[in-house]
Ligand binder design. Structure first.
Ligand SMILES: Cc1cc2nc3c(=O)[nH]c(=O)nc-3n(C[C@H](O)[C@H](O)[C@H](O)COP(=O)(O)OP(=O)(O)OC[C@H]3O[C@@H](n4cnc5c(N)ncnc54)[C@H](O)[C@@H]3O)c2cc1C
Length: 400
């Protein structure tokens, strides 16, 4: 093996998933995370189809994920008077298994924490990719050389910016934003759990806006059209909260209570809905995994793709016995097809249709059983369309 020391930027989903696999196959792995601790929050993320199940099983986390899964949640789309206009089934919104993003990050971190050096509260400031390694400067730690650097630092990846160029060369802004925050609001008179065990969330639309009350323990979700990512400061949470408040000012239903809860929530998270345009995820000794390379916000595939990318990159490195050039080429080639889903579509206009007519059209589609089945079929095709590489005992056996 010629490659031993790996630096991963980002400790959410892709980072800890890859770190655990690499550490168990003999690498010396450091993960640097900008936040001061593992970040809580986020909606439920989901896994769907045989490919996802195989990957999670081979990673050894399937049982943990199932043990912490959330109940299937149907979305009832209601009007001002709580009349149900349509039901979007939990199987469409989520997959076969759903888990809160923060819980999944916790599982992946716990499973790798003994073998990986996690550094919180720091970040890469500069990197120079050379023939013998990547020289990295950090914001706080001393400079260090690594054999490989992996950006698992999300859609606003610093590694991508430093190694591949400016964000807007690779990321498409889609004119919509979303915010997620815990905090229950009174849903008096509305059932939030069915006798079957399924949960119910309630969605309220006005043109270009969706407010989804999560009910029970699920966080609330806001989706809205907006003027541009420069309307708030991405590093300032108060500025983000203000941006959300302005977007929903004057909207009725239970929105004022939901906004008040979001104003106080410690896990408040807001971002722009974006998708990436990349088709190769490696350059020199630098690779991108997860949203850093193939994000499609709220598209429903980001977390599954992040897990797949971690598995494929670790597998190809093991197969190439540390020849990162061969491994990176194979990783790029293998991920090109499954990541196509990240380069198409946008969840914004579906969740928060821009006009009253388009809200009605979406609701009628889901109220019609034939159309609903067709929509479900489309998500199944995307989810099961990838055959899983078999890395044999090099990765699968050792991480099982
Ligand atoms: C707190 C949070 C809440 C989320 N909520 C949702 C949601 O509700 N719905 C949804 O669809 N998706 C959500 N996401 C995104 C979702 O987790 C990803 O789409 C998907 O799981 C792929 O994960 P990832 O690890 O590639 O990227 P991400 O989950 O985005 O993780 C990136 C990680 O890198 C860290 N990071 C960022 N910049 C740097 C840097 N310069 N140096 C070091 N570390 C850095 C971040 O703090 C984060 O921990 C959320 C992400 C986070 C971090």
């Amino acid at each position: 093996m010629t490659t031993r020391k790996v630096l991963i930027s980002g400790a959410s989903i892709a980072g800890p998933a890859l770190a655990g696999l690499l550490a168990r196959t003999g690498y010396d792995v450091t993960v640097v995370e900008k936040a001061s601790q593992l970040r809580a929050g986020g909606q439920a993320v989901d896994f769907k189809g045989r490919t996802h199940r195989d990957i999670l099983t081979r990673m050894g986390v399937w049982d943990d994920v199932c043990a912490q899964q959330t109940p299937k949640t149907d979305w009832r789309m209601v009007d001002d008077a709580d009349r149900v206009m349509a039901v979007i089934p939990g199987e469409f919104i989520g997959g076969d298994v759903e888990i809160l993003r923060g819980d999944l990050a916790g599982i992946l971190h716990r499973r790798s924490a003994d073998d990986v050096d996690y550094v919180f509260g720091d970040e890469i400031a500069a990197l120079t990719d050379g023939p013998d390694g990547v020289d990295v400067s950090f914001a706080h730690r001393a400079d260090e050389r690594f054999d490989l650097v992996v950006g698992a630092d999300g859609v606003h990846s610093a590694v991508r910016r430093l190694a591949f160029g400016p964000e807007l060369d690779h990321v498409e802004r889609l004119g919509y934003f979303y915010a997620v925050a815990s905090g229950s609001v009174p849903l008096d008179g509305l059932e939030t759990r069915l006798p079957s065990g399924r949960a119910v969330a309630y969605g309220y639309n006005v043109p270009g806006r969706l407010a989804l009350a999560g009910g029970q323990k699920a966080p609330n979700l806001f989706v809205f059209r907006g003027g541009g990512g420069d309307a708030y400061d991405r590093r300032d949470i108060d500025s983000q909260r203000g941006f959300l408040q302005d977007a929903f000012a004057g909207v009725g239903w239970r929105v004022p209570e939901m906004l008040a809860a979001a104003g106080a929530a410690s896990d408040f998270y807001l971002d722009e809905i974006t998708r990436t345009r990349m088709t190769t995820y490696t350059r020199g000794r630098v690779a991108l995994v997860g949203d850093a390379g193939y994000a499609n916000t709220l598209g429903g595939f980001g977390t599954g793709l992040a897990m797949m990318g971690a598995y494929v990159l670790a597998g190809e490195l093991a197969r190439a016995h540390g020849d990162h050039g061969a491994a990176f080429a194979a990783y790029d080639a293998r991920m090109r097809k499954p990541t196509k889903v990240a380069r198409t579509g946008s969840a914004g206009p579906f969740l928060a249709p821009p006009t009253q007519r388009r809200i009605r059209l979406r609701d009628r589609t889901f109220a019609n059983p034939v159309m609903r089945r067709a929509m479900m079929w489309i998500t199944d095709v995307f989810a099961t369309d990838t055959s899983l590489p078999d890395y044999g005992p090099g990765v699968a056996a050792r991480v099982r």
